[in-house]
Design a binder for this molecule. Structure first.
Ligand code: NCD
Length: 326
């Protein structure tokens, strides 16, 4: 890695020869294990920089266009904080009502426009494949911040970084995914990414109507990862290293009645964690509605607030990588 912030040698310009330069981040399927490890290594350096000095000027002169067509707190704010901590600037479009999108402008045209003004773009949109459309048109690197029920690759990179920071490794883990596995894009990306590691086992705890999509199951199976279903989290908790809880994605249901049928189906309480390993890692991409009782927050194994912070370091790493600055 070229970044040598500790010794004060910041790069003078973009490294166009870097394999990451100009790359879009659209799906976790584009990554090798080495890629993921590299992102994590750079993220760990970013964590050190932030903890030591708050930031640096690695992306001085660069502009991020951040366009969110769906609500977001963590993803949009952590990308903005990441850009600003690296000395870059942000054009935030969080209220699409205030932009020409509200006049019916296509994603492609919006992407071409932002490509004229910015050096990198982050997009969240309710349509699967929308980030790929933006990438095909923007002329600048595009990072998928969630394309409907499709993928959320930067979240999966921060989820795996969280596991690495909490447990020290990603091999040999029993990971239990709980909640809306059908509509939750974070688990679609995470299951695929975990399949790059050795001896990972996945357990799915979801209502029948909200099971992991078959294409994800097939892809993970092709990588040789054992997958099983379980009815309740407490049945599998003793053999779980990482408990990844997700929100029932209310906005993806066609009728309120369908949502009501599965709402609150799993709630993790201190009781659920009785019998769990001492070094269990409890994660949640957040926002939580009521899937994890607030009493769990005080448990040192509850990593979901640390997970948010790790997200900023991972997004700093990704921005610096695709702009060829590390
Ligand atoms: C997730 C998302 O938007 O997919 N949130 C996030 O990015 N941290 C999860 C969710 O909304 O449930």
């Amino acid at each position: 890695m070229r970044m040598t912030s500790g010794s004060g040698h910041l790069p003078m310009g973009d490294d166009k020869a870097s394999p990451w330069y100009g790359r879009h981040i659209l799906s976790v399927s584009q990554f090798t294990r080495e890629d993921v490890d590299h992102v994590h290594d750079v993220a760990a350096d970013m964590q050190e920089i932030v903890q030591r000095t708050g930031g640096c000027d690695l992306l001085n002169g660069k502009i991020l266009a951040s366009i969110f067509y769906e609500p977001s707190t963590r993803t949009s704010c952590s990308f903005m904080a990441a850009m600003q901590r690296l000395g870059g600037q942000v054009i935030p479009i969080n209220e699409v009502r205030s932009s020409s999108v509200a006049k019916g402008e296509s994603i492609a045209d919006t992407a071409i426009t932002l490509g004229c003004y910015a050096d990198v773009m982050v997009i969240r949109n309710p349509t699967v494949g929308s980030a790929a459309i933006a990438a095909a048109n923007a002329g600048i690197p595009v990072l998928n911040a969630g394309d409907g029920v499709g993928e959320h690759p930067t979240q999966a990179l921060l989820d795996t970084f969280t596991i690495r920071q909490e447990l020290g490794h990603l091999d040999g883990l029993a990971v239990t995914l709980v909640g809306d596995l059908k509509n939750g894009r974070t688990v679609h990306s995470l299951a695929r990414l975990l399949a790059l590691y050795d001896d990972v086992r996945l357990t799915y705890v979801a209502p029948d109507s909200l099971q992991m999509p078959q294409d994800v199951v097939d892809q993970v199976a092709a990588a040789g990862v054992p997958q099983e279903r379980c009815a309740q989290p407490d049945q599998v908790i003793a053999d779980t290293d990482v408990l990844y809880v997700t929100r029932i994605q209310q906005e993806r249901f066609s009728t309120p009645e369908e949502y009501e049928q599965v709402k609150g189906v799993y709630i993790i309480t201190p009781e659920t964690l009785r019998g769990a390993k001492d070094d269990l890692v409890v994660m949640h991409p957040l926002p939580r509605v009521n899937e994890i009782a607030e009493e769990v927050d005080a448990d040192p194994r509850a990593a979901y607030f640390r997970q948010m912070e790790y997200g900023m370091y991972v997004r700093m790493a990704l921005l610096a990588l695709v702009l060829g600055r590390v």
